[in-house]
Design a protein around this ligand. Structure first.
Ligand SMILES: [Fe+2]
Length: 158
């Protein structure tokens, strides 16, 4: 990626108004904005090696999956009704992102070019309208607080 990466942010950044009151979940959310930003820089630079794009897409997909599971597990323990509805919304985005990855893998670059903004917009909107509702429900003690990278490994190994 080197020096060609612009330092100015091109899409949303996390801010305090998006805090759900659990540091680990806030960190996950910050990471999504970061990854969307990275992907956007790659898309805009048009000069990245395919493997760089492949890596960030795969990482983003894994992070989406594991972060969603982290929230869903916590909701399952605390508020079953919230869990059902929240999972439905997560599943819709899982399908949507899977579709983007599929399109990219079959050579359709349009889906990829639109994905950073789509991801950032979706997360921003989802946190504000949905995640913030669990602010008083999910507490630190309900959370599997291991780093996402560790949880990705655990999921992959069954
Ligand atoms: Fe969520």
């Amino acid at each position: 990626m080197g020096n060609s990466i612009k330092k100015t942010k091109t899409i949303f950044e996390w801010n305090e108004s998006l805090s759900v009151g659990v540091a680990v979940l806030d960190d996950d959310h910050k990471m999504f904005f970061e990854m969307a930003e990275q992907l956007n820089e790659i898309v805009l630079s048009k000069s990245s090696e395919p493997y760089v794009t492949d890596s960030i897409i795969i990482m983003l997909e894994e992070y989406i999956e594991v972060h969603f599971c982290r929230e869903e597990d916590a909701l399952l323990k605390t508020d079953r009704e919230c869990y059902e509805e929240h999972k439905r919304l997560h599943d819709a985005f899982r399908r949507r992102f899977r579709q983007i990855v599929k399109s990219y893998q079959t050579g359709d670059l349009t889906a990829l070019q639109q994905s950073p903004i789509l991801v950032a917009n979706w997360i921003n909107d989802h946190i504000k309208k949905v995640d913030l509702q669990y602010k008083q429900i999910i507490l630190n003690k309900n959370i599997d607080n291991r780093p996402l990278g560790v949880l990705v490994g655990i999921q992959e190994n069954g």
